[in-house]
Design a protein around this ligand. Structure first.
Ligand SMILES: Cc1cc2nc3c(=O)[nH]c(=O)nc-3n(C[C@H](O)[C@H](O)[C@H](O)COP(=O)(O)OP(=O)(O)OC[C@H]3O[C@@H](n4cnc5c(N)ncnc54)[C@H](O)[C@@H]3O)c2cc1C
Length: 456
C-alpha cells in the first residue's frame, strides 16, 4: 500500500513537471496562412524556441500564397510577387542560406504611355537612353535616387533592432523607431512630398506615377511610405529567385520543422477559458494552441469567426480594402504598335497598368512564343487583348486582391497584437506590402512570442 502511494506521488509529480515543462518550453503555436509571412514565423520561432511545436494551416494545396509560378507551354513564370531589392537583408540571407540562386531582370527597353500614346522610350544603347532621360527629366532621377537611398538607410535599421531582440506592438512603433520621418511618411500623400522635394511636374506625373502603377496599381495619392518603397523598386540590381520566389516560403517551412496542414482553411478561432485557442475548419476541430499567428490579409480573406473573446479582436472596417490587380499571362505575338517594346507602363489610370515581356523562372524547353504579363485593374476583354496581340497561343488570368488600397491618410493600421497571444502579421502591409515586409513582421512576431516565453 505504502509502495502504491509512493508510486502515485511520483507519477503525479512527473505529470506536474511534464506540464510545467510543456507550459514553459514547449508552447504550441498555430500559424494561419502558409505564405512567406506565415512560413517565416515558423522559421524564426524554430530559431528562438527550438522546442516549440508549430503547426501551419494553409487553405490551398500549396505554400507561397501571393508568390506563385505558373507553367505555360512547358516553362514556369512568376504570377505574383516577383522583384526583390538587393538591400532586402532577410530575403538575401535566406536565399543564400537555402542555396537558392538569384536571377536578374534582363533590363529591356522601357516605355511610358499616356492615354495609349508613347511619351517616353528608352533605347537599347545606354548612351542614347541617358541623353533622352536628361533631355526629358533633367537631373530628377539623381535627386530621387539620393532621397530613396536615405530612406533605405533608415529602413535598414530594423535589422539591427531585430538582431538585438527588440519587439514592436504596432507598425507605427516600428517605423518610428527606424526614424520618426518614416512614420510621418505614412501620413502624407506621395505626390505632395515629391513636389516639396522640388522634383519636376513631368517627372512626378510620368515617371514616378508609372512606377506606382506598375508596383501597386495605384496613382500618386498613395501615402509616401509605400510610395518610397515603390520608388525603391525602380532601382537597378533587383533580383528574384531562380525557379521561383515561392521556394523561399517552401524552404522556410521545411527548415522550421513545422507541421504543415495543406487544404486546411481555418474558419473559426475560439478562445478557451484558460486563454488557449481552439481552431476550427467548419465543424472540424484542428487543435488547441497557446499562441495563434494570423498570417493572412484579414481584409482580403473570407471573414474568420472569433468566439469566446470579451470583445472582437478584429473589426473589419469597410475603409480598409485590398486593391484588385489582374495579372494576364499571354504567350503570343504582339501587334505592330507594341513590337520591340518589352516593358510598357501607363502613367495615367488606364485599362492596363503595364505590359511586360517576361522570361521563364523555370526554363525547361525552348520558348516557342514570347510571354507577356499584363497588369490591369479589371479582367481584360477580348477586344483589349486583340488590341495588343496579333496571335495568342495561351492566355491565363490570375485575379489578385494584391495589396491594400493606400489612401493618402490610411485608416488606423491594425496592431501586431490583436488580443493576448493572438498576433497579426499582415498588419504591416498597411505601411507597404512586399515579401521583405512580411519577413520583418514574421521576425517581430517570433520575437514577441519568444519574449512571452521568457527566452530572450
Ligand atoms: C501581382 C502581385 C505582384 C507583387 N509584386 C511584388 C514584388 O515584385 N515584390 C514584392 O516584394 N512583393 C510583391 N507583391 C507583394 C507580395 O507578394 C506580398 O506582400 C507577400 O507575398 C505577402 O505574403 P504573406 O505571406 O504575408 O501573405 P500571402 O502570400 O497572401 O499568404 C497568406 C496565405 O494564407 C492563406 N489563407 C488565407 N486565408 C486562410 C485561412 N482562413 N486559413 C488558412 N489559410 C488561409 C492563403 O491561401 C495564402 O497562402 C506582389 C503581390 C502581387 C499579388
Amino acid at each position: 500500500m505504502r509502495f502504491k502511494i509512493w508510486l502515485i506521488c511520483i507519477l503525479l509529480s512527473v505529470t506536474y513537471l511534464g506540464l510545467t515543462f510543456a507550459g514553459k518550453t514547449t508552447p504550441k503555436i498555430g500559424i494561419i496562412g502558409g505564405g512567406i509571412g506565415g512560413a517565416s514565423v515558423a522559421y524564426f520561432i524554430h530559431e528562438l524556441l527550438p522546442n516549440a511545436r508549430v503547426d501551419i494551416f494553409e487553405k490551398t494545396g500549396l505554400l507561397g500564397g501571393r508568390l506563385n509560378v505558373s507553367m505555360i507551354l512547358g516553362n514556369g513564370y512568376e504570377t505574383g510577387g516577383s522583384i526583390i531589392h538587393p538591400k532586402n537583408k532577410y530575403a538575401v540571407d535566406l536565399a543564400n542560406k537555402f542555396g537558392l540562386e538569384p536571377r536578374s531582370p534582363t533590363g529591356e527597353a522601357l516605355s511610358i504611355t499616356k492615354d495609349g500614346e508613347f511619351i517616353f522610350n528608352t533605347s537599347k544603347w545606354t548612351i542614347i537612353t541617358i541623353i533622352k532621360t536628361l533631355a526629358r527629366y533633367g537631373l530628377n532621377f539623381n535627386y530621387l535616387e539620393a532621397t530613396i537611398s536615405g530612406f533605405i538607410e533608415k529602413f535598414s535599421r530594423i535589422y539591427d533592432f531585430q538582431k538585438d531582440g527588440k519587439t514592436f506592438r504596432t507598425t507605427e512603433e516600428m517605423l518610428e523607431a527606424m526614424d520618426p520621418m518614416l512614420l510621418n511618411l505614412t501620413k502624407y500623400e506621395f505626390k505632395g512630398i515629391l513636389q516639396e522635394q522640388g522634383l519636376s511636374e513631368n517627372f512626378i506625373e510620368e515617371m514616378i506615377q508609372a512606377i506606382t502603377f506598375v508596383n501597386y496599381g495605384q496613382d500618386l495619392s498613395i501615402h509616401s511610405f509605400v510610395g518610397s518603397v515603390a520608388a525603391a523598386g525602380a532601382a537597378s540590381s533587383l533580383w528574384s529567385v531562380n525557379k521561383g520566389n515561392k521556394q523561399i516560403p517552401e524552404k522556410l517551412a521545411e527548415d522550421s520543422k513545422a507541421k504543415v496542414h495543406l487544404n486546411t482553411g481555418v474558419t473559426e478561432i475560439q478562445r478557451l477559458s484558460d486563454g488557449t485557442f481552439l481552431l476550427f475548419n467548419g465543424k472540424r476541430e484542428l487543435g488547441v494552441f497557446d499562441h495563434i499567428v494570423l498570417a493572412i490579409p484579414l481584409d482580403a480573406s473570407e471573414k474568420l469567426t472569433f468566439t469566446g473573446f470579451t470583445s472582437p479582436p478584429y473589426d473589419y472596417p469597410a475603409s480598409r480594402k485590398y486593391h484588385r490587380t489582374v495579372a494576364t499571362l499571354v504567350a503570343g505575338w504582339t501587334n505592330d504598335k507594341y513590337k520591340f517594346r518589352s516593358s510598357i507602363i501607363s502613367c495615367v489610370p488606364n485599362w492596363y497598368n503595364s505590359i511586360s515581356l517576361i522570361h521563364p523562372t523555370i526554363l525547361l524547353v525552348a520558348e516557342k512564343y514570347p510571354v507577356y504579363k499584363i497588369f490591369s485593374p479589371k479582367p481584360l476583354t477580348e477586344k483589349q487583348l486583340d488590341s495588343i496581340f496579333e496571335e495568342r497561343h495561351h492566355v491565363e488570368v490570375h485575379d489578385w486582391l494584391a495589396y491594400p488600397e493606400y489612401n493618402a491618410i490610411p485608416p488606423k493600421i491594425p496592431n501586431f497584437i490583436l488580443a493576448p497571444r493572438l498576433f497579426y502579421l499582415n498588419a504591416i502591409e498597411w505601411a507597404a506590402s512586399a515579401m521583405e515586409m512580411s519577413l520583418i513582421s514574421g521576425k517581430n512576431i517570433a520575437l514577441l512570442i519568444a519574449q512571452e516565453q521568457n527566452e530572450i
